[in-house]
Write a protein that binds this ligand. Structure first.
Ligand SMILES: [Zn+2]
Length: 386
């Protein structure tokens, strides 16, 4: 069987595991573990605190620094309310496209990694090939955060990380971060006819939103020179404002859902400190002056680090050489790349399939994209053998 046929076969098996982020990924992790161990890899499983999800870290070849990490997430987005032509958890091959949930995002890449590793002779590697397959990427990169924490204290240091998110095999060296929050306001409920007897949580939520919009304006002037993102500055979005029960009731609770996407780590510090300062020095004291039990609590749903484009990046240069691509780009979607960058690895994003198909009904990956990915992975393995 050719490596490409084997990759397709593995992809069919992986799609069969319904690893929606809220559900367990353990069956899929166990399946991957068996393949990797059979190929001679040392496999370590790190479970989350519930024990229902796990990361997989594998090492093939010698236990030395300077290895290459192939990184992918095992979870997929839900299929509820999506109109699929066929069962999303049963792979269908049609017109040289492989359909199924996760086909391009990103089980196609994981299948290619596994099929390629099956062909390798671990003894021939001079530097290690690692796999990092994580849980909960689609929610808030929780798995990768836990894995990166482990890797910090790891005795051997990999040098390069190739994240196989669907880029159509284009070479991507950067993306914005993504930080999501829900801010909860607690005031005091009362009758609408007596405004001074209550504390209107919605009104304070509105002031908070106004402040977020001011911060948003300030972000434009902070855009780095020659920034390559579109738009080149850090964006901020207010995605929801909820509160209140009836026209004549003073709302005691309100919440604001908001996010921002930093183009540089300094903007992360800027936004979080500006907002915190406003709450602690202005808004909350105003509320508590009228009602001492008033509260403003910000819940962090996820803080995914951006991948900052770097002048020197061995991962980018290697993948450019292997794919024959001339162009390097940045993308609008977030990956686990920034997390791996934060522990000193050179990171590039390059994988089979297109982001346009990800998260959609009838998600697919082209067989030709899988073939290109296998060529790249084969090149990576060859580099590790010399
Ligand atoms: Zn993804």
């Amino acid at each position: 069987m050719s490596t490409l046929s084997r990759a397709q076969e593995i992809l069919g098996d992986l799609i069969g595991f319904p690893t929606i982020s809220v559900d367990s990924n353990l069956q899929m992790i166990d399946y991957i573990k068996k393949i990797l161990e059979k190929a001679g890899a040392e496999v370590v499983i790190h479970s989350d605190e519930t024990g229902a999800k796990a990361n997989l870290w594998a090492t093939l070849g010698p236990r030395v620094d300077g290895g290459i990490v192939l990184s992918g997430h095992t979870d997929v987005v839900p299929v509820a309310d999506q109109d699929w032509t066929s069962d999303p958890f049963e792979m269908v091959l049609k017109d040289d496209r492989l359909y199924g949930r996760g086909a391009c995002d990103m089980k196609g890449y994981i299948a290619c990694c596994l099929a390629l590793i099956e062909t390798l002779d671990a003894e021939s590697l001079k530097r290690p090939l690692h796999c990092a397959f994580t849980y909960d990427e689609e929610t808030a990169c929780l798995g990768a955060q836990a894995l990166v924490k482990e890797l910090r204290s790891f005795p051997i240091k990999p040098k390069i990380c190739v994240i196989g998110e669907p880029t159509g095999m284009r070479v991507i060296e950067g993306h914005k971060g993504c930080c999501e929050y829900t801010t909860h306001f607690t005031g005091l409920e009362g009758h609408g006819s007596a405004p001074d007897a209550g504390l209107n949580a919605v009104e304070y939520a509105v002031k908070y939103v106004s402040h977020l919009l001011e911060v948003r304006e300030g972000l434009k002037s902070r855009a780095p020179e020659n920034g390559r993102f579109d738009p080149p500055w850090t964006t901020l979005n207010v995605g929801g404002l909820h509160g209140g029960v009836a026209h004549n009731v003073i709302p005691g609770k309100a919440q604001v859902e908001w996010e921002f996407r930093p183009v540089q780590n300094a903007d992360y510090d800027y936004v979080t400190s500006e907002v915190k300062r406003y709450v602690q020095e202005a808004l909350l004291p105003q509320m508590q002056e009228r009602w001492p039990d008033a509260e403003i609590i910000t819940e962090t749903l996820g803080e995914v680090a951006g991948l900052e484009p770097m002048d020197t990046n061995e991962a980018r240069d290697l993948v450019l050489a292997l794919t024959g691509e001339n162009d390097v780009d940045v993308v609008a979607f977030a990956t686990e790349g920034g997390l791996f960058q934060s522990i000193g690895m050179d990171v590039v994003v390059c994988g089979p399939g297109y982001i346009a198909q990800a998260h959609k009904p009838d998600e697919y990956v082209d067989v030709s994209q899988m073939a290109q990915c296998l060529d790249m992975l084969d090149g990576i393995a060859s580099r590790l053998a010399v």
